[in-house]
Design a protein around this ligand. Structure first.
Ligand SMILES: NC(=O)c1ccc[n+]([C@@H]2O[C@H](COP(=O)([O-])OP(=O)(O)OC[C@H]3O[C@@H](n4cnc5c(N)ncnc54)[C@H](OP(=O)(O)O)[C@@H]3O)[C@@H](O)[C@H]2O)c1
Length: 323
């Protein structure tokens, strides 16, 4: 099969399209013929081995898995002897932030992991683009007690995590203010934001409203800058560690010493996120934002774009388009 392969950490130039062996499913696994996968910021961290801590998961000196890709959408092509819940021909999508080697024509995956059926009303591209950002966004929400009517500000509402966060928050009945730049204002409104702040025209940290939660989905602000925006008892969550890993420090100490808290969104329960997003898509309540699409042969180009930090929502690889 064809796959985008990297044998050393580095810039997208280290990626090569190669012919590699098609994987064989073990007894508890299915083999999926992949139709679409995303290139996302988790993949970028694995490609560059940045932050350095990534190497403890992906290989200290060189990548343990030579194929990147954390999500996929495709059709089941073979099932292992012990598999009961899936059959050949099923349309499935899934995610694993440890890597699924989905920048390839086929993958194998343990059926106990984060996999679900693709709702009938969804394309392969929509299914694969629905999960990475949503998983991290859901792991902001499941760290707090969110009630219908709570006011939440989402900074970076145009990214994969931010655009998913806006939709999940609306699903749970929150009142959402989205922060993005001028070109994404209409998109932010279309995905449900009640109010939009254009960060090119206005400093959102000077907003005169106060919020129950500030979700810094792109990690570009800080607890100290956002503190005036929080109601007493309010919580700030960021997708990044912050300067000198300050968000970890604040997450430990603010619950004891401050009425305004920081939580760190340690991501858990991938199968739960996949099920939730599948349900929301089936109900027409989640529509992933898709920016650009590339072929498998253009994977390095896709990474160059994602690494700019300026994508809107998600970047998709059409795997079958390359055949
Ligand atoms: N904690 C974790 O486990 C985890 C997992 C995955 C990712 N991350 C991190 O989470 C962050 C977000 O990931 P993502 O995939 O959502 O990113 P992304 O899709 O690459 O985010 C890009 C978006 O961020 C917006 N943006 C850039 N600078 C901004 C600013 N100063 N203010 C507001 N918006 C700004 C851009 O909008 P404009 O083009 O309009 O500026 C663009 O739409 C990344 O830093 C990533 O490394 C963390």
């Amino acid at each position: 099969m064809q796959a985008s392969v990297y044998r050393a950490y580095g810039p997208p130039d280290v990626l090569q399209l190669e012919t590699v062996e098609k994987p064989t499913p073990k007894a508890n696994e299915i083999r999926v013929r992949i139709h679409a996968a995303t290139v996302n910021r988790t993949d970028c961290a694995m490609l560059l081995a940045k932050p350095f801590i990534m190497r403890f998961f992906t290989g200290l000196f060189r990548p343990r898995k030579p194929i990147l890709g954390t999500d996929f959408a495709g059709t089941v092509e073979a099932v292992g002897a012990d598999v009961t819940g899936f059959k050949v021909g099923d349309r499935v999508f899934g995610f694993d932030d440890n890597g699924l080697s989905s920048h390839a024509e086929y993958l194998t995956i343990d059926t106990a992991k984060g996999i679900a059926a693709i709702p009938e009303n969804c394309s392969y591209e929509q299914a694969t683009a629905s999960i990475e950002g949503a998983h991290y966004a859901y792991n902001f929400i499941n760290k707090v007690q969110l009630h219908p009517g709570d006011k939440v500000l989402v900074n970076g509402a145009s990214g994969a995590i931010g655009s998913a966060a806006v939709q999940l928050l609306k699903y749970y009945g929150a009142v959402v203010t989205a922060v993005c730049n001028t070109k994404n204002i209409d998109m932010a409104k279309a995905i449900g934001a009640d109010r939009v702040i254009d960060y090119l025209r206005e400093d959102f940290t000077k907003d005169d409203q106060q919020y129950d939660f500030v979700f810094d989905a792109v990690g570009k602000s800080s607890f100290n800058k956002c503190k005036p925006l929080l109601k007493p008892g309010g919580t700030y969550i960021s997708s990044e560690l912050g300067w000198m890993a300050q968000n970890l420090f604040y997450a430990v100490f603010t619950p004891f010493f401050s009425r305004k808290k920081v939580k760190f969104p340690v991501p858990v329960d991938i199968p739960g996120s996949v099920r939730l997003v599948g349900k929301m898509m089936a109900e027409g309540k989640f529509k992933p934002v898709i920016d650009r699409t590339y072929t498998l042969a253009e994977t390095a180009e896709a990474f160059r774009y994602v690494l700019t930090g300026e994508k809107t929502g998600n970047v998709v690889l059409h795997i079958t388009a390359n055949r």
